[in-house]
Design a binder for this molecule. Structure first.
Ligand SMILES: NC(=O)c1ccc[n+]([C@@H]2O[C@H](COP(=O)([O-])OP(=O)(O)OC[C@H]3O[C@@H](n4cnc5c(N)ncnc54)[C@H](O)[C@@H]3O)[C@@H](O)[C@H]2O)c1
Ligand SMILES: [Zn+2]
Ligand SMILES: [Zn+2]
Length: 339
């Protein structure tokens, strides 16, 4: 089988890799598709280098079929179609003890701290598995992980039917937050600066604007009778997004920070006092977010195929990185991992 190895210094190499026999409690999966996300792009740019053992296999947004089981694994068999929730918590720390193992103090993110899915065969702990129903194609199955991020973000916001949400940033995560919020019965406006992504969002039925052309705070005021948004999601990771997020909520409105910032942004704390705002963060997902993501995806309630703009072979990973960093005409790029 083949794998694509990151060798540091913005370089990948496709080569042979040996399938890892599953140890007790592990399963081996034949990987069908693996999505590339912003985190992989950050790794490509040299971020989190201290966490990688080079050469490193990236990838954590995948779908596939079980090929082998280690001893002690129950409830699964060869041939089962699965996706992986790529978190390996320690089970010992205060966060784990409090039931928040997805934000474990010693969390291992599978695909960063350990080898990832951009290879023909991948061996992972069985506790990470989620079953994909037959009705869900494996291409869409590789989208479950980012959908679960969006499900977690919306759940953390406590967004209710009929409420008004503003989403800043229309990359794969922002668009999915908007779609999951709409599926929950919320009214949504989304801001995105990239013309291709703006148009794609509009084609998917999202009320999307370019904040460089339309005054977003003014628009939110108009749409809410001067009240402001019930919930604001900051999903752009930009200083401009952090500047705007405090201008949009109603009194006692909620801001959810999903984005990861290269540099700590400035935030206008005055607005928190003035409007009694609440700010929370949202990080990855919990098992119930994966289950909801699979349910929404397999019920056809999310237009996932339209978000997949490219499917490339393993050898196309470097090209995928260049396309993503160009901020051009792509949304979610998948890699086909098995010939
Ligand atoms: N909380 C988590 O666990 C988690 C999980 C996945 C991703 N993330 C983070 O969430 C963010 C979004 O992820 P993504 O994969 O969609 O990333 P992305 O970089 O593809 O999307 C960000 C989008 O924001 C847009 N943007 C930039 N400045 C803007 C502005 N001023 N106004 C409006 N839009 C603007 C960009 O054009 C881009 O489309 C990233 O910061 C990512 O690191 C967090
Ligand atoms: Zn990801
Ligand atoms: Zn822990």
């Amino acid at each position: 089988m083949q794998a694509v190895f990151f060798e540091g210094n913005r370089t990948f190499r496709v080569g042979e890799s040996v399938a890892v026999e599953p140890e007790p409690g592990q399963v081996q999966i034949q990987v069908a598709f693996c999505g590339i996300c912003g985190t992989d792009l950050h790794l490509f740019h040299g971020a989190m280098a201290h966490r990688l053992t080079l050469p490193h296999v990236m990838g954590h947004e995948m779908s596939g079929t079980i090929t082998a089981l280690g001893s002690g694994v129950t409830g699964w068999k060869a041939g089962d179609r699965v996706t992986v929730r790529p978190l390996d918590p320690c089970g010992q720390c205060p966060a784990c003890a409090a039931g928040h193992s997805h934000i474990c103090h010693n969390l291992k993110f599978i695909g960063i701290d350990t080898p990832g899915a951009l290879q023909g065969n991948w061996t992972v702990p069985a506790h990470t598995l989620h079953r994909l129903p037959d009705s869900l194609a494996l291409r869409e199955g590789a989208m479950v992980e980012p959908v679960a991020v969006a499900c977690h973000d919306v759940r953390m916001s406590d967004l209710k039917e009929g409420e008004f949400a503003a989403v800043i940033g229309g990359g794969p995560i922002g668009i999915l937050v908007a779609l999951v919020a709409q599926a929950r019965g919320a009214r949504v406006v989304m801001a995105e600066v990239n013309a291709f992504r703006l148009q794609l969002a509009r084609d998917l039925g999202i009320d999307a604007i370019n904040p460089l052309e339309t005054d977003l705070p003014q628009l939110v005021n108009e749409r809410t009778g001067g009240a402001g948004a019930d919930v604001v999601f900051e999903v752009s990771g930009s200083q401009a997004g952090a500047d705007t997020m405090t201008k949009l909520p109603r009194t006692r409105g909620r801001i959810v920070v999903v984005a990861i910032y290269g540099e700590a942004p400035k935030v206008d704390l005055f607005r928190f006092f003035w409007r009694e705002l609440k700010l929370s963060g949202a990080r990855v997902y919990e098992p119930e977010d994966f289950e909801l993501a699979i349910e929404l995806a397999s019920a056809g309630r999310l237009p996932l195929t339209k978000l997949i703009t490219d499917v490339l072979p393993l050898a196309g990973l470097e090209e995928a990185m260049h396309r993503m960093e160009g901020g051009g005409a792509c949304m979610k790029i998948l890699v086909s991992c098995t010939d």
